[in-house]
Design a protein around this ligand. Sequence first.
Ligand SMILES: [Zn+2]
Length: 308
Amino acid sequence: MTEPIATSVDPVGDQWTERFAGIRQWQRGSERAPHKPILLLYALGRLQRTGSSEMSFVGAETDLGRLLDEYGPPRSSSPAYPFHHLQTDGFWTVATDDDSSPGSSIMKLRSTNATGRLVPELESEAANDQALIPALARTLLTANWPPSVHADIASAVGLEIDAFVSVGGGAKKRRTRDPRFRERALVAYEYCCAFCGYDGRLGADSVALEAAHVQWHANQGPDTIENALCLCSLHHKLLDLGAMGITSQHEVAVSTRFVGQGDAAQRMVLDLIDRPIRTPQSGQRQVAAIHIDWHQAEVFRSPRRQTT
Ligand SMILES: [Zn+2]
C-alpha cells in the first residue's frame, strides 16, 4: 500500500485535492458516474504532457468516447455530457466562437468550435507544484475505480502518477479498507481462483491470487465475504474491466466483446463460460445477489457470450 503521507506543506494543493475528493458527491448511491472524472483525468494528462489542458471538443470527442466506453459503466454515454456539465463544479470552462452556450448538444459543441480547459488557477498551481497533478489523479482514481485498473486508466489518458506522491495529503473522509479483507477472502476460497481453480504457490506462499470486490470498494462495496472472490490476477483484471462477470446462478459469464483466437484465451477464458464458480468453504457465504446485480449493471459488458 503506497498511500500518500499527509503533510501540510502545501495548503494550496491540499485545497484542490479536497475539491477533487468532493467529486464523489456526483455519484447517486452506488451507481457509477465516472464521466466527469474521466474528462478531468484526460485534461490532467494533457496538462502534464503539454503545459496546457486546452482542447477542442471536436479534437477530444473520439478519445473521450473511447475512454467512456472502456472505463465507464456499460450503458452508453456521450462525451458532450461531462464536457458541458463539468463547468458547474468550478474546475472547467468552455468557450465558443460566438460566445454562445452550446449546452450538452453534440451538434452545437461541434458547430461552435467549443474548446474546454481547466481553470487558470488550477493550471498555474500545477505549473508551480509537480506533485499536484499526480495527487489529483490518484484522488479521482481511488474514488471511482478499483486499484487493479488505475495503471490502465492512467496510461490511457497519458498520465504519470507514480512520481511525486508524497504531497497532497487529502486523507479526509476516505473510506478505509479492511486490511484483513484479502486474507479472509483467500481463506474462504482456500487459496484457489473461484473462476479457474488456479492455486499456484511460490515456495510456501500463494502467488498471483488476489481478493476481488464484486461491487467495487469505490462504489460502496463492503469488505465482506458476501462481496468477495478469490481470483487469480488474470481473472481479477478481467472481472474489473467487465470482460468477465457472474451470472445470477453463480456461473462464469464472458462478454461478447472479449475475443481471443489462441489456445490460451480459449483455455483460460472461453472454456469457463457457464461453469459454476467455486463455492467458499463451508460456513462461508457465497457472493450475494445484490453485489452480482451491481456488477452486471455497472461493470459487465453485456451481452454475454453463449457457449458454442
Ligand atoms: Zn483464475
